[in-house]
Design a protein around this ligand. Structure first.
Ligand SMILES: Cc1cc2nc3c(=O)[nH]c(=O)nc-3n(C[C@H](O)[C@H](O)[C@H](O)COP(=O)(O)O)c2cc1C
Length: 173
C-alpha cells in the first residue's frame, strides 16, 4: 500500500494541497493511496507518543504506517531543512519496523527558489539511517504559490511532465 505523508502540521499549508494532488494522480492510475496528514497528529504528541508512550490517537497512524510498503513524503522547506514536526513524527513511530526496508519517494516544496533541495538531502540521510530505500528521482517544487491554479492543482507543462514521471516511476519502483 502507498501512503502519502503531508509533512507539516501548519494549517492552510501548501504541502497538503500537493499531497492531495499526488493522491488524485495515483487514483487516476488505478491505485488507492492513503493520505497521512500531520495536521491530525495528537496535540500533545511530544508527551503522549515519544520514548515508549503510545496514545490511541497515534495508534491509528502507526497502524497505517505498519500497513504501508511505499511512502510518498511531501516536505516543505522550513528554515533551510525539513520541518521538525516531521522528525518528531518519525521519532514517535515504532523503530525499526515502521520504515525498515520500505520505499520512499521525496517531493520538496518551498516558497523560495530552491524547492527544499537541502531539506530533502537532510531527510534522505534520515531515510538511509532507517534503511528506507529512496527513489533516485526526487522533485523540488520551488515558488509554490505560482505552481498551483485556482483548484489547488499543478498546471505548468514542465511540472506536470516531471510529477507524472515521478509518480509512474514510483508505481514501478
Ligand atoms: C517555519 C517556516 C520556515 C520556512 N522557511 C523557509 C525557507 O527556509 N525557505 C523557503 O523557501 N521557504 C520557507 N518557508 C516558506 C514555505 O516554504 C512555504 O510556506 C511553502 O508554502 C511550503 O510550506 P507550507 O506547506 O507550510 O505552505 C518557511 C515557512 C515556515 C512556516
Amino acid at each position: 500500500m502507498i501512503t502519502i505523508i503531508s509533512g507539516t502540521n501548519r494549517l492552510g499549508c501548501n504541502t497538503l494541497k500537493i499531497a492531495k494532488y499526488y493522491q488524485k494522480q495515483f487514483i487516476s492510475k488505478g491505485l488507492t493511496p492513503q493520505l497521512l496528514n500531520l495536521q491530525n497528529l495528537p496535540e500533545n504528541l511530544i508527551i503522549s507518543d515519544l520514548y515508549g508512550s503510545r496514545s490511541t490517537e497515534f495508534e491509528k497512524m502507526q497502524t497505517l504506517v505498519n500497513n504501508t510498503s511505499k511512502f510518498v513524503f511531501v516536505i516543505p522547506e522550513y528554515n533551510g531543512s525539513f520541518p521538525g514536526v516531521l522528525k518528531t513524527f518519525i521519532d514517535a513511530c515504532n523503530f525499526p519496523s515502521s520504515f525498515y526496508d520500505k520505499k520512499a519517494c521525496l517531493v520538496g516544496i518551498s516558497s523560495g527558489k530552491y524547492g527544499n533541495i537541502r531539506g530533502i538531502e537532510h531527510f534522505n540521510g534520515v531515510c538511509a539511517y532507517l534503511h528506507m530505500h529512496t527513489m533516485p528521482l526526487r522533485l523540488h517544487l520551488a515558488d509554490i504559490k505560482n505552481e498551483l491554479n485556482e483548484n489547488d492543482e499543478l498546471f505548468k507543462e514542465d511540472t506536470l511532465k516531471f510529477t507524472t514521471q515521478q509518480i509512474e516511476k514510483f508505481i514501478a519502483y
